[in-house]
Design a protein around this ligand. Structure first.
Ligand SMILES: Nc1nc2c(ncn2[C@@H]2O[C@H](COP(=O)(O)OP(=O)(O)O)[C@@H](O)[C@H]2O)c(=O)[nH]1
Ligand SMILES: [Mg+2]
Length: 221
């Protein structure tokens, strides 16, 4: 039994359950350094925001549940990565093993937005099947950054970008809380369309450990 939080459309609760019962959705969180990948991942797994001063080294894992709008429950396993170039050699290996990829940019940092295409290309190169979601982070800083004359990225620009790059969704959030539950429910709903589901939900509970099965179900991160 594990005790982790569950995101539901009603409220966030502590949820104690045997995780084997629910399909696991593996998620990679990628994007430039300092856009908020670690903050988003920590918010997901603990519903808290703490100002982060340490840079992520390599890859870290966080787990939590989402009960989606159709009342299906999924165990989400987020892999948080370092955005710095020096770790990029590790990225292909764990991008390959995930069901979803969140590509994050900072709405107050145009360079991070301009790099989105590069991240999408990398994601698709190593994983053709994963759902790719564009996440605009730090919307709580939008007004103040704009008033200081920064070239901020407004909602419609991000939305347009996800359409142009044929991504599977777009959400604007703040790791401090704004729209965050909406993002959690969105990925929960999206999980209904993943193909791993049938195996875990009863059609094939004990599949042989063939190479294909291992590849599809084990996070190589
Ligand atoms: N105001 C605000 N600050 C944020 C938000 N997300 C992250 N930060 C801050 O931005 C900095 C970089 O965040 P971090 O999660 O380490 O970014 P990472 O390098 O992409 O993992 C830290 O100081 C965070 O506290 C947000 O939504 N709003
Ligand atoms: Mg980090």
């Amino acid at each position: 039994m594990e005790n982790m939080i569950i995101w539901t459309s009603a409220k966030v609760e502590n949820f104690s359950h045997n995780s084997e019962k629910f399909p696991t959705v593996k998620v990679a969180v990628i994007g430039d350094a300092l856009v908020g990948k670690t903050s988003i991942t920590q918010k997901g797994s603990s519903d808290t925001f703490e100002d982060i001063t340490e840079r992520t080294i390599g890859v870290e894992y966080y787990r939590f549940y989402v009960k989606n709008r159709s009342s299906n429950v999924y165990l989400f396993e987020f892999c948080d990565t370092a955005g710095q170039e020096r770790y990029s050699a590790m990225l292909p290996a764990y991008i390959r093993g995930v069901n979803m990829i969140l590509i994050v940019y900072d709405v107050t940092n145009r360079v991070s937005f301009e790099h989105v295409e590069k991240w999408v290309t990398m994601a698709r190169e190593h994983n053709e099947k994963a759902k790719i979601i564009l996440v605009a982070n730090k919307i709580d800083l939008l007004t103040i950054a704009e008033s200081k004359g920064k070239s901020v990225i407004h909602y419609h620009e991000g939305h347009e970008k996800h359409l142009t790059l044929k991504m599977d969704g777009f959400k604007d959030v703040s790791a401090r809380g704004d729209n965050f539950k909406d993002l959690m429910l969105f990925i929960g709903d999206l999980a209904d369309g993943l193909s791993f589901e049938k195996k875990k939900m009863g059609l094939n509970l004990n599949p042989p450990l063939t190479d294909t099965y291992v590849e599809e179900n084990q996070c190589s991160c």
